[in-house]
Design a protein around this ligand. Structure first.
Ligand SMILES: [Zn+2]
Length: 412
């Protein structure tokens, strides 16, 4: 069977005009935090784009935009999409690529008079970036939200989700009604930029995602004794910073012994107390984030971190405590979809690489209710969540072609 092609100029025009909503001339980045005015404008813009093409679209009660060819609700759909909210001063492609490529796929099907036996639905999932601490839109769709969470969720500035939803014309409790029967989705494929350096380094245009990393976050405290930096002899200190430095030094060994090449351990935020140049620091509080694509490996890493921290605390005369703030299991993608995407990429003649996703995506939630897969395209120098985020247009085209042909294969 011959392969279909997307129209890059149409896709490019959509990406460029959506980029204008929330674009800041100073930073050259785009800001559309979930459920802000700009985010809501983007939702309306997207609905109009679908309607302009003669398709049907609506905003569901959770703020997800869903579009398809006809208004009549099918019994089952093949779904694609991603998100159109952004971080502060983000780039052009994160999320938007997957959504607008989905719209372009609908246009190609229409232009080629292709009717799928399972209709295609395109989603822009609400609030993917986690302003309120989750992936709210897709979680609403698969029935993971609770009334309690909807009423109490707030962002880092204390702004309530329920107030922000109301300002977008949505009833917060209504989000519970966005839930669809899991059998509704036959399968799901998401096209996304890699947001890491692997494909750019390998000079390959396509990544076939095998799994999405699990992640855990700890807040760790090492408590010793603050003291005068001049009068406390080196061997009589309980120096919390020395404990942290010692632990940081052990991270490569922990990964070598308990982890895999896909393991990551990161100390990302450190608060040293009292924080004076002439005082031995008596306490340190830091974040420890661990990731791997295998749940067992994650548990071994966590176990080893705990043991190493206990031993270091003893050695430096410190007290060790930690709180586990979150634990998200890794999510493998469907073997069938992985093979399908790889086969379509091969048929199109594009080089590709099987790889994990180090970042979280809507697909990890969709994978709980249906066969799901992801296609990555390269991020230049691995940069994302920043104005410098960029992907070559020819790679955008290739990624969208793989999406198009994979979806057609699935839905025909
Ligand atoms: Zn994203």
């Amino acid at each position: 069977m011959s392969t279909l092609s997307i129209n890059l100029e149409r896709l490019k025009a959509d990406l460029l005009s959506l980029f204008e909503i929330g674009y800041d001339k100073e930073t050259k980045g785009v800001t559309r935090l979930g459920f802000t005015e700009k985010d809501n404008l983007a939702r309306k813009w997207l609905c109009e784009r679908f309607e302009h093409e003669g398709f049907w679209a609506e905003i569901d009660p959770a703020g997800n935009v869903v579009g398809r060819r006809d208004k009549a609700r099918p019994h089952q759909v093949v779904a694609t999409g991603s998100h159109i909210d952004t971080v502060i001063s983000g780039g052009m492609f994160d999320g938007t690529l997957g959504v607008l490529a989905g719209l372009e796929v609908l246009r190609v099907l229409r232009d080629n008079d292709i009717t799928l036996s399972t209709p295609l639905e395109v989603y822009a999932f609400a609030e993917e970036e986690g302003r309120f601490g989750g992936m709210m839109g897709v979680q609403a769709l698969i029935g993971e939200l609770t009334p309690d969470w909807l009423m109490t969720a707030k962002d880092v500035n204390g702004v309530m989700l329920k107030d922000e939803m109301a300002s977008c014309g949505l009833d917060p409790m209504g989000a519970l009604e966005a839930r669809v029967d899991p059998g509704y989705f036959k399968s799901y494929i998401e096209l996304h930029i890699e947001q890491g350096p692997v494909l750019d380094t390998l000079k390959k245009p396509i990544g076939v995602v095998e799994s999405i990393s699990g992640v855990y976050k700890w807040i760790v405290r090492l408590i010793g004794k603050s003291n005068h930096a001049g009068t406390a002899p080196m061997n009589m200190r309980s120096d919390a910073f020395m404990g942290l430095a010692n632990f940081a030094n052990e991270i490569p060994r922990i990964i070598a012994e308990e982890g895999s090449e896909k393991s990551r351990l990161t100390v990302g935020k450190v608060d040293l107390k009292p924080g004076h140049a002439h005082t031995v620091p008596g306490e340190v509080e830091f974040t420890l984030v661990g990731r791997d694509v295998d749940g067992e490996v994650m548990r071994s890493l966590a176990d080893s971190c705990r043991k190493v921290l206990s031993a270091i605390a003893r050695k430096h005369n410190l007290m060790f405590e930690f709180e586990q703030m979150s634990w998200l299991e890794p999510q493998p993608m469907s073997d069938d979809i992985i093979s399908l995407i790889a086969a379509q990429t091969k048929a199109l003649g594009y080089p590709y690489e099987h790889m994990p996703s180090g970042a979280g995506h809507d697909a990890q939630h969709m994978a709980k209710v249906t066969d799901a897969g992801m296609i990555f395209v390269p991020s230049i120098n691995g940069i994302s969540h920043a104005p410098d985020e960029w992907t070559h247009w020819q790679d955008i085209e290739k990624g969208a072609n793989v999406l198009l042909n994979s979806l057609v294969k699935l839905a025909r």
